[in-house]
Ligand binder design. Structure first.
Ligand code: F3S
Length: 295
């Protein structure tokens, strides 16, 4: 049996940055709050809580405190409420997400309607939408295109979408429009993870995708891998059963941008232990194929 990890896996630049900003702030010994979970990973959220970094569900619930804005970003009104409540804000919004806010705002200012491609319930998309106007719309991949205001349109994508979904939307829209501006706002970390996972899935008889069930980019990886081979999605090694991996020749691992290194290592070690091997690893860099990112 071979067990390989997709070349690009685990924490992305934006998540690393948000965690580091929160950890730096917590160094002072003061309690730190994050508006919503810093990353979609229950185990990591608990570890952060143990270090004094707590989650508050809403901007209305927090006054005169230090608040870290997570990498997904927040809405314009949440930002205003945090400021009005006298909080000190540490903005860990990923620069790729901030760019989408700027693009939505600029398109609206120049009088062009915006259509956002993404999951309408995802906090990142809700945040993007808040920078639009009353005519700004959201469409989920594959859904029917909503009625548009006129024949000019600007399309901006959630950062974790696939390029196939964006292409599909553009090809449906273009025949009925006079002007279509498209911004490819899918972030580099997302496209690298998707390409690396699909590539590994094509050569594996099982893919194990590791990450939080609420993580949009992890779920996207699982759907993508399932197009090529049998795929299971686990949050931790505890969910992996011996019968899942027994008798496989080539097992591929992939992990979303919010999956901690320790979780990936635990899943890998459990698989090789089931296979009767003793060479446990302590770092993901020791797992075949994985390549540390330079960004
Ligand atoms: Fe940023 Fe992309 Fe990560 S948008 S938070 S680098 S998945």
């Amino acid at each position: 049996m071979t067990v390989s990890l997709a070349r690009h896996s685990g924490f992305c630049f934006g998540v690393r940055r948000a965690i580091q900003l929160a950890l730096d702030a917590a160094q002072g010994g003061q309690e730190i709050f994050t508006l919503g979970e810093l990353i979609h990973n229950p185990q990591y959220v608990q570890q952060m809580a143990d270090l004094g970094i707590k989650v508050v569900p809403s901007a209305a619930d927090i006054h005169d405190s230090i608040v870290v804005i997570r990498s997904h970003g927040i809405t314009k009104s949440e930002l205003q409420q945090l400021t009005d409540n006298g909080n000190t804000i540490i903005d860990a919004t990923c620069p790729y997400v901030s760019r989408t806010h700027d693009l939505v705002r600029e398109a609206v200012t120049s009088g062009i309607q915006v259509l956002i491609l993404g999951d309408p319930k995802h906090p990142e998309v809700i945040g993007m939408h808040s920078y639009g106007d009353q005519d700004t719309l959201v469409v989920a991949p594959g859904d029917e295109i909503p009625k548009l205001r006129d024949n000019r349109l600007c399309v901006i994508s959630q950062t974790t979408q696939t390029i196939e979904n964006l292409n599909d939307l553009v090809s449906k829209l273009l025949p009925d429009l006079l002007e279509l501006r498209v911004f490819n706002t899918i972030c580099l970390a997302t496209s690298q993870r998707q390409q690396a996972s699909a590539c590994l899935a094509k050569n594996s008889d099982l893919m194990v995708v590791i990450g939080g069930r609420h993580s949009s980019n992890t779920r996207m990886l699982a759907r993508l891998c399932a197009q090529y081979t049998e795929t299971i999605h686990v949050e931790t090694e505890a969910e992996l059963k011996a019968e899942d991996v027994m008798g496989r020749q080539n097992i591929g691992l992939a992990a979303g941008a919010s999956t901690p290194e320790e979780t990936i290592v635990s899943v890998y070690n459990k698989i090789i232990k089931i296979n009767g091997e003793l060479d446990a690893v302590t770092r993901i860099s020791e797992i075949p194929l994985f390549k540390e990112e330079s960004c």
